[in-house]
Design a protein around this ligand. Sequence first.
Ligand code: GLV
Ligand code: MN
Ligand code: MN
Length: 410
Amino acid sequence: MDDLRIDGQRLRERFDAFNEIGATEAGGVDRPALSDANREARDRLLDWFEEAGLSVTVDEMGNIFGRRDGNRECLPPVLFGSHVDSQYNGGRFDGVVGVLGALEVVESLNDAGRRTDRPLEIVSWTNEEGVRFQPDLLGSGVFAGKFDTEFAHSREDQAGKTVEEELERIGYKGDRPCEPRDIHRYFELHVEQGPYLDDRDLSVAAVEGVFGFSWLEVTFEGKADHAGPTPMDSRQDALVGASDVVAAVRRLTATGGDDLVGTVGSVDVWPDSINVIPEVVEFTVDLRSADDAVVDAAVERVRDEIEWAATREGLDYDCEELMRVDAATFDDDCVGTVLAAMREAGYEETQLTSGAGHDASYLNDVCPTAMIFVPSVDGVSHRESEFTEWEDVVAGVDVLGRAVVKSATV
Ligand code: GLV
Ligand code: MN
Ligand code: MN
C-alpha cells in the first residue's frame, strides 16, 4: 500500500467547496434530502465522479453510484460511501466525510496509476437522515430489500410532496432498478457523532455494529378552551399528556437497560396559542440500544405510559411506529480488515458500537460490512458546530483506502 497517498489538501479543498452549497450563517449546512441544495450537491458530486473517470449511474431511488473498473470485471465490486443529505441546519461532516473520502481514495488510486482486481463503486445514498421524509435510511433500505420502491416513492414531506415527485423535480429519478445485487463488501467512513474517541484522544476506530432503534409518532387529542375561565379539573390538555410521556422517557432510560437512550425531539402543538388549552399534540419518540430486546421492552413501556397519560388527562391517542431498525453486528472479517488497516497505518486498534443510525446497518444484510469512525469534537453532531480535526479526517480516509484496496485484491 506504499503507492496509495491520500492528498489531504485536495480533499480539504473539495470538502470546503462542497459545503458552500447550502451553507448556513452559523457554519453548518442546510441540504435536506431532495431539496434544491441537495440537487446542487448531487450535481457537484456527479461532475467530480466523472472527472475522476468513474462511470456514474443513478437508480430509481436517486442513489448515485460511481464505478471504477477492476482487472476482473466479472467479480462483484467493493462498495463504499455514505450520504450527502443533511439535517435541517446540520453539520458539514455527517455523511460528507464518507462520500468525499471515498472519492479521495479513487483519486489517489488514479494518481498511483493503480487498478484494483475487483471493481470499486462509490455510493451516495438518498435520504439517510429521515428529517424531511420518514423513514430514514430510505435509499439504502430499498437497495437492501427492506422497503419496496413504491412505498419509498410515496413518502411525503410536511408539505405533501412525495419522494417520487421530488426525485423527478430535481432530475434524480434514475432508470436503474434499486434492488439488492451482488456486492463483495461495503465500507462506510463516518464521524462518530458521540464523545468516545474525542474523550480518549484517538484518531480513528473500527465500528463493530450499530444500535437498533425505534421511532414512534404519538398524537394526543384533548379539548381546546379558554386559558382563563376553564377550571383546572375539567381540562383535557394534550400537552400535559405529552409532557408526562417526555418525563417518562427520561426516567425509563435510567432503568430500561444500560445503553438505552431515549429522546423526544419533535413536538407540534395545536392551536399553539398562549391563552388556549392545547387540543392536539403530535410528538416523536426515538429509542435506541445495541440490544433489540431492550428496544422492544422500551417501546412497550412507552406505549403503556402513553395509555396511562391519556387516561389521566381524558385524551384520545394514537401511537404509530414509523421505523424499526434492528441492531447490526458487522462481519468479523470486514471489521478485521479495518483493524489491520489501522495497525498498518500506525493507529491504536480501537473498536466501538455506533449509537447513530447508518446506511451500513441495511448494507450489512446485503454483504459483509464494516464502518470506520473518526472523532467528533466534544461529541457534537446534528448541529452546525459539528467539527472534526482535519488530520483525523485524513486518518479515516487513509484507513478506508487501505481496507478497500485490501478487499479489492484477489
Ligand atoms: C441518523 O443520523 C440517525 O442516527 O438518526
Ligand atoms: Mn450520517
Ligand atoms: Mn445524521
